[in-house]
Every structure is written in C-alpha cells, then in structure tokens.
Design a protein around this ligand. Structure first.
Ligand SMILES: [Zn+2]
Length: 238
C-alpha cells in the first residue's frame, strides 16, 4: 500500500473515531433523558398521593363533623317535640331517641379526635414529601438541562466533523480506503488502523509476522496477518 500517506489515514481515523464516539453517545441520550422524565413523573405522583391522603382525612373530619351537627339538630327538634307530646309513652320514646343520638355524638366526637391526629400526621407528611421531592425534581431538571445542552454541543461538533471529513480523504488510495471503511464499520474492531509497538499488533495484541514487518518497514502500513486490521509504525521507527 505504498500510495497511502499514513499520516493522512491517521488523521481520517481521528475524525472518524470522534464521529463514532459522538454518534454512540447521542444514541444513548434519549433513553437517559426519558429515564429522568420517568423519575420526575414518579416523584410528582408521590407528592400528589401524599396530598390526596391528607385531603381524604380532611374530608373524613368534615363528614364526621357534619354527622355530629345533623344529630345535634335532630336532638333539638326532638326536644322541642317532647315539650308538646301529651302521652308519657311518646315522651319516653322521644327521650330514648335523644339519648341514642347523644351516644352516637359521643362516639363521633371520639372519632374526630383520632381523625385530627391522623390529619396532622398526614399534612406533615404531605409537606415533607412535597419539599423533598421538589428538591429532587429540581436536581433532575438541571441534570436534564445539562444533557440537553450537551446533546446540542455534540450535534454541532458532529456536523462540523462530518463537513470536514471529505477533506481528509486525499492521500489515501481507494483499496486502503475501502479496507479502512470496512474495518471502521465492523462491530468488533475498536480502531481500524492500529500501531505496532515492539512488534505487537495494537488491535489483536499478537506478534506480527516477519513478512508483515517487512511491509511495515517499507510502506509504514500493512495488514495484520492475524486480525486483518490495518497496522502502521511510526515514521522514525526501525
Ligand atoms: Zn492484529
């Protein structure tokens, strides 16, 4: 491969590896951002359900208080009626009804006291959950904003590199370029062109054959007999 200038090929590879890294980074971003949105939504739901619980207890307190008021009103009515009845049996029946209502009122008042305690706890919990979650949501939001800004930076840089890439193709012969492109797109190849150091291939880490070493000494560029990757040696290497 004497037609290819190794430094041009390495410059192309530098651009291509940056492009590949940025593209794979960009590919991961939507999932990361989606996961942040999911975490935020779960926290919002948590805050809402703590507030709902407090409202539920509040409603129960109100219902109990209304029930007490209803029974008290009924008793006032019964007592008024008791002043007008003439038969003793009727009078006793009214008194018994009043007494039953009083008992119910007593029970409901006890329930209200318990509900007040529950309400206080539920309200305190709702406030705490809201505060904690608001802080976490704030952190999630700034994480999201950072990711978004980062994606814009990467996109801009990627566009610049892609525009610049065609200029990097000169000095590379078509055969080398086609092999290089195949290696670049291969799933299992980390770098298409790797350096030979102390006689070892930078890609497969095996010792390169003497024949390959001869090619490298002549052209600075060769194909590894073992992994078929492109190899180069430094210009001043022996
Ligand atoms: Zn190799």
């Amino acid at each position: 491969m004497p037609l290819t200038d190794v430094d041009s090929l390495l410059a192309l590879q530098e651009v291509d590896l940056k492009i590949r890294d940025m593209e794979s980074r960009l590919k991961l971003l939507p999932k990361e951002m989606q996961s942040l949105i999911g975490r935020r939504d779960a926290l919002l739901k948590d805050t809402a359900s703590a507030a709902d619980r407090a409202r539920q207890v509040e409603l129960e307190v109100k219902n109990t208080e209304n029930a007490i008021a209803g029974l008290e009103a009924e008793n006032r009515k019964l007592q008024q009626q008791s002043g007008m009845v003439k038969k003793n049996a009727e009078y006793q029946a009214l008194l018994a009804a009043v007494e039953t209502n009083r008992k119910k009122i007593g029970e409901l008042e006890e329930k209200t006291l318990l509900l007040f305690d529950e309400l206080e706890t539920a309200r305190a919990r709702a406030a705490k959950v809201k505060e904690d979650n608001a802080q976490t949501i704030k952190n999630i939001k700034s994480e999201f904003d950072e990711l978004f800004a980062f994606s814009k930076t990467v996109e801009t840089e990627l566009a610049r590199l892609k525009k610049e890439r065609p200029d990097r193709l000169c000095g590379i012969d078509p055969d080398t370029l086609s092999l290089y492109t195949r290696l670049l797109n291969a799933k299992n190849v980390r770098t298409p062109v790797s350096k030979v150091e102390e006689g070892v291939c930078g890609n497969c880490h095996l010792r390169v054959t003497p024949q390959c070493m001869n090619h490298l000494r002549r052209d600075r560029l060769a194909v590894c007999d073992n992994c078929q990757g492109l190899l180069y040696i430094d210009g001043d290497a022996d």
